[in-house]
Structure formats: structure tokens, C-alpha cells
Design a protein around this ligand. Sequence first.
Ligand code: NAD
Length: 255
Amino acid sequence: MLLEGKTAIVTGGSSGNGRAIAAGFVAQGAKVVVADLSEQPREGGVPTVEMIEADHPDQSRFAACDVSKVADLEALVRTATDWTGRLDIMVNNAGILRKEPILEATEATFNAMVDVNVKSVLFGSQAAARVMVEQKSGVILNMCSIAGMRGTSGFVHYNMTKGAVRLISYSLADELGPHGIRVNNVAPGIMRTAMNVEDDPVIGTEQGESYLPMIPARRWGEPSEVADACVYLASDLAAYVTGITHVVDGGYLRI
Ligand SMILES: NC(=O)c1ccc[n+]([C@@H]2O[C@H](COP(=O)([O-])OP(=O)(O)OC[C@H]3O[C@@H](n4cnc5c(N)ncnc54)[C@H](O)[C@@H]3O)[C@@H](O)[C@H]2O)c1
């Protein structure tokens, strides 16, 4: 049990990567607040808390939260501390993807992407850090992407936001390290979630399948593999790991 006695928050925990991270944390002994706009998984199935409850009763609870609102993030942290009296792990995972070529890019998309993908990470980290500094311990994990490491045509908004997430973590690792708080990024490649099936249909399309030869592992990633990286980074196995970007991409980037 790598996370026994820990309290965690996972934003965007109803679907995809966040759902797997929440389940992975509970399997390692943590109590998890699953935060999202809606309890319904985008990919279908029962809500995350219901799924977890089957094997681990009283280890998780749902909190309605719009991560683009600072007041919601502060209330979310209070949900965790009111429940267990502490907050050990904050996973700023919620995010959105909109594909928009630069000649068609709109201010509305820019603002939405910054609000949900960047503002949420900075103020989610702030709200968590206020508790963690008092505790003198904690781990913050921010969901970056291989799209935060290199640019791709049509994804200027997404690339920009994930690049920003990467640097937020490096900055906070420096600032919060002396308080016993570690801050790292997780950068998934192409994972099997609604984002790659609905928002940017890669998986299951002819064009998408043409990317597979570029991935040394020759397959898409599974959300459980993002969760495994998060368990490691959140645990004491990574006690001397901070200020890094942990890539989980089947070798796609090779950097
Ligand atoms: N799927 C991939 O291949 C991939 C690759 C790299 C990075 N990521 C990142 O992983 C994270 C999760 O992606 P996913 O693929 O699981 O996506 P997903 O769309 O399956 O799940 C995202 C979840 O975030 C929630 N969410 C969206 N906006 C929100 C808001 N304002 N407040 C609260 N919750 C909100 C959604 O309701 C959903 O449950 C994102 O940050 C994404 O950018 C995904």
C-alpha cells in the first residue's frame, strides 16, 4: 500500500485519466475526492465513486467543481480537509481539448482553454499549497501532455496551455520545495479516452491508425498507465523527485 493514510483530490476524476488515477490511488490505500463538473463518465459506465465503492467502501466521495472557478477550487480543498483533516496529494488533471487552426482561432476558445487548462492548475495548486505548507508536506501533480513539449499544427491553444502547465510546475517545485512539497508534471501521449475518440478523433480512425508506426510501443496508452505513473510520483518511492515531467507515451517523443 503505497498511499496508505493519504488524502487526495483528483480533478476531472469522472472520466478517462482522472477516473483511473482516482481508482489507482484508492487501490493503494488513499482516500480520494473525485472532483468534476458531472459525475457521469464521458466514456460511459457508472460514476467513479460508485465504481470504487464496490471494492473499497468509504474511500472516495464526489465533489461538484468547475476548476475554472477559483472559489470552487478553494471549496474543493475544504471538502478534503473537512473529511479527513488533511490534504496530501492534489492532482490537477481536468482539461479540455479544442482543435482550431490559427487562421480560425477565436478569443472564446483561447479564454476557455486558458481557464480550464491553466488557471485551474495555478489556483488549484495554490489552494492545495495553503494546506500543505501548514502540514509541511504534500505532492502536487499537474496533467501536462506530450503536447506541452512540442507543437503540432491545429493545436496552438492546447500546446500553449500544456506548455504553461509544464512551467507552472517547475516554478512551484522551486518555491514549495523548502516547505516539503513536491510538484511534478505527468505528460501522457495518446491515451484511450473520450478526448481521443470524440474531441479529436484519433483512436479508431484511419488517419489515427497511421500514427501507430510512430509509437515504439505500437499501441495507444491506457488511462491505468497514467494512473501508475501518478501513484509512483505521489508515493514516497519518488521522495527525491520534484520539478520533472514524467512522460508516459510509449516512446513517442523519445526526448
Ligand atoms: N487522453 C490523452 O491522450 C491525453 C494526453 C495528454 C494529456 N491529457 C490530459 O489528461 C487530462 C484528462 O484528459 P482525459 O483524456 O481523461 O479527458 P476526458 O475528457 O476523458 O476527461 C476530462 C474530465 O475533465 C472534466 N472537466 C472538463 N472541464 C472541467 C471543468 N471546468 N471543471 C471540472 N472538470 C472538468 C470532464 O468533465 C471530464 O470528466 C487532461 O488535462 C488532458 O489534457 C490527455
